[in-house]
Design a protein around this ligand. Sequence first.
Ligand code: ADP
Length: 451
Amino acid sequence: MKKRILWTGVLISAIALIVFSFISAELYYKRSLRYTEDDLKMYMERFDSSLTVNGLTEEYARALSDELFGARITFLNENGDLICDTVDEDAESRADRPEVREAMREGEGFDARQSSTLRIDYSYYCRQFQGGAYYVRIAIPTQSLMDVYLSSFPVVFTFLLLDLAGCVLVTYLFTSFILKPVEVLVMDAARGKRIKADCPELETLANLMNRMNDDAKLQMERIAEEKELVVKAQQSKNDFIANITHEMNTPLTSIKGFAELLAAGALTGEAAQRAAQTVLHQSERLTNLVASIINYNEIDSDDLPTYEVNASKVALELLETLAPAIQERHITLYTHIDEDVLLESRQERVTEIFGNLIRNAIRYNRDGGTLTVALTRTEFSVEDTGIGIAKENLERIFDRFFTVDKSHSGKGGGFGLGLSVVRKLCRKAGWWISVESEVGKGSKFTVTFTR
Ligand code: ADP
C-alpha cells in the first residue's frame, strides 16, 4: 500500500514537473526572442539611413558589425538579392526569407530559425530603406527551442531526484497518518469488535465487515448449538441404555434366582407355588417394560392420520375400567366430564394420556383419598390427594425413567416412562401439559388443548 502511494506520488509529480518544465522552457524561449527582437531594432538605429544603395559597401558592413559586437550584417538590393553579408558569402537571393518578405511587405520583419546556409540558429531583423531601394538585415546567433530544453535538462533532472526524495519522505510521514483509520478498522474487525468508521469513505467497508462478523458469529453459535445437541443426544442415548439395563436387571435377577431354586428342586409345595408366581409376575413386568419402550419410540414414527375422538367417552370408559382399583384404595371419585368433547387425535393416544394420568393419581394417592377428573372443551385435568411431588422434581417427572421413589421402581411402581409418553403425545398434538403439586397434599395434572 505504502509503495503504491509512493509510486503514484512520484509518477504524478514527475509528469507535472516534466510538463511544467516544457511549458516554462517554451515561454522562456518566446520571451527571449522578444528581447532579441528589441535588441536588433536598437542595433538597426546605428545604421546610417541616409546612405544610398551605392554606399552599401562591404567595408561599411564590417565596420557596422564591429560596432554591433560582431552582429551579422546583410545588405540586400530592392529585389532582396545579396549586395554583401559579413558572414555568409553565398550569392543566392534572400528574397524568400520570412523576415525579408515581411520587410518588403510591412517595412520591417523578424524571424528566428536555423540558417539554411550556415546551420546556425539566428534571430534576424530586416528593415526596408529609401522606399524599398534596399534592405538591411541584422542577425545575431540565438538559442533554439531544443537548446533551451537541453539546457534545462540538468535542472529538471535535479528536481526529479528531489521530487523522489520528497515523495519518499512525505509517503513515510503521511501514509501512517492516512492509513490509520483503515488499520484501526482492520484491528477491530480481527478482534471481532463492532466496527465504527471514522470517515464516510470507510462506512461501506465497515458495514460489510460488521455483517461478515455477525454472520461468522451466528455460524459459530449454530455450530456450538449443533455440537451441544449432538452431545445431549449421545448423553440421552447412554442414559437410556443405562436405565433399561437397570430396569431389566431387577426382574431378571429375581426370575433367575427363583428359576434356579425351582430347577434344583429346592422349593416344594406353597413355596414353589409362590416362586412360580413371582417368576410369572416379573416376566410380565419385563414384557410391560419392553412394550413401554417400543410404545415410547413408536410415537415419533407414528404418522397415522388423526380424526375426531370423543374424549368424554374415552374418559368415562377408563374410569369404569379402573373402578376396581379405585375402590380397592377406598378413593372417592369426583367427575366433571362435559358431554361429547371432541379432540383431533387418535383413540389410542387419548386413552394413553388420560389412562396414565388417572392411573398415577390412583397409584400415588393415599388410601381413602379423593380423585377428581374433569374434562371440558379446553382442558382435561386429574387431581388427587396423594403424596404430592417435591418442587425440585416437578420438571423431572416428565423425563424418561424418572421416578421419585427409586425403591418402588421395578417393584410395585412403574418404570418412569408413563409421563414421558404423555408429554411426547401432548407435544405431538400441540397440547400443553402442566402440573401443580404439594408434598403430602396432592397433585393436579392439566392438559390444555391449545391448537
Ligand atoms: P411411573 O411409571 O413410575 O409412574 P411416570 O412417568 O408415570 O412413571 O411418573 C414418574 C414419576 O412421577 C413417578 O415415579 C412418581 O414419582 C411421580 N408421579 C407421577 N404422577 C404422580 C402423582 N399423581 N402424584 C405423585 N407423584 C406422581
